[in-house]
Design a protein around this ligand. Structure first.
Ligand code: GDP
Length: 196
């Protein structure tokens, strides 16, 4: 299902610019440089999100259609010190509004660099998702940067932390875009949210 061509719908910088709140969508979030754009592209076999190291390039909420009633949403990346405080406050306000008000939002995929998991930003996103009653799925990206044993160790640690704090509303997996690792596992989660 996710192999089909996804197409760009529109960008929104605030909630009232989002496409009609119908059907199902899954939002992707992550600190800047965590590997979110790469993950989106790997999971959709498309070049949806421009991979870029440019801080703060993705400042808008970007919507991509899988079909008439199913969408993937690329949320702005966070955490670059260079981004002006004003802009950070704008994102915070509108992201919070998006997560809490969007009826079609079925879940949040949170991309974390496996070498820097559970940052303050990541915890804030998890809290927001939890408060909004949304499930969260964590992709520990760049797994290829660690040995198998080290990656497995981080996975177990993050799993135990999120289980304690969020119960079974949050799940965690290993992911690598260049190695194409974790695609089936991530697809299963996306499909369960998008096509319940
Ligand atoms: P974003 O800012 O979260 O959208 O991050 P990007 O997807 O643009 O990736 C940031 C950098 O990390 C780029 O240089 C990517 O090539 C690299 N990258 C992303 N995912 C992976 C991964 O799974 N493994 C490795 N080794 N590098 C990755």
């Amino acid at each position: 299902i996710l192999c089909q061509q996804a197409s760009f719908i529109k960008s929104a910088s605030q909630v009232d610019q989002c496409p009609p709140d119908q059907g199902y969508e899954v939002a992707f979030a992550g600190r800047s440089n965590a590997g979110k754009s790469s993950a989106l592209n790997t999971l959709t076999h498309a070049r949806l999100a421009r991979t870029s190291k440019t801080p703060g390039r993705t400042q808008l909420i970007n919507f991509f259609a899988l079909d008439d009633t199913h969408r993937l949403v690329d949320l702005p990346g966070y955490g670059y010190a260079k981004v002006p405080l004003e802009l950070k406050e704008h994102w915070k306000k509108h992201l919070d509004a998006y997560l809490t008000q969007r009826d079609s939002l079925a879940g949040v995929v949170l991309v974390m660099d496996i070498r820097h998991p559970l940052s303050a930003f990541d915890r804030m996103m998890l809290d927001w998702a939890n408060v909004a009653g949304l499930p969260a799925h964590i992709l520990l990206s760049k797994t290829d940067k660690l040995s198998f044993g080290a990656a497995k160790g981080v996975l177990l640690k993050v799993q135990s932390t999120v289980r304690k704090e969020f119960g079974n509303r949050a799940s965690v997996q290993l992911f690598s875009s260049p190695k194409r690792q974790g695609i089936d596992e991530a697809h299963a989660v996306l499909e369960s949210w998008l096509y319940p």
